[in-house]
Design a binder for this molecule. Sequence first.
Ligand SMILES: [Cu+2]
Length: 102
Amino acid sequence: MIAALPAIALAALLPAAAIVHIKNFTYVPATIRVHAGDRVTFVNDDDEAHTATALDKSFDSDGLGTGDTYQHVFPKPGTYRYFCEMHPYMHGTIVVLPRSSQ
Ligand SMILES: [Cu+2]
């Protein structure tokens, strides 16, 4: 029964979150490390539209307008490189560590 859980136990059940901002045609930070099961949010802070598109197509935000967000949960460890389909010189990396490592 979820209402009986202390807040700290409940927080452990929710996916951790990381945020990548897209600003001045750059992913900030360009490389992040998360753990398997974590949720990453991309936020477009630019006036220009951008995407966050995995090189292996495992995720794709499609076009993000100003202020738009896109979320993706990374279930499996690995190194996920991504780019912007509209500006292919924009690159970022998500390093997904096993769930158990800290
Ligand atoms: Cu772009």
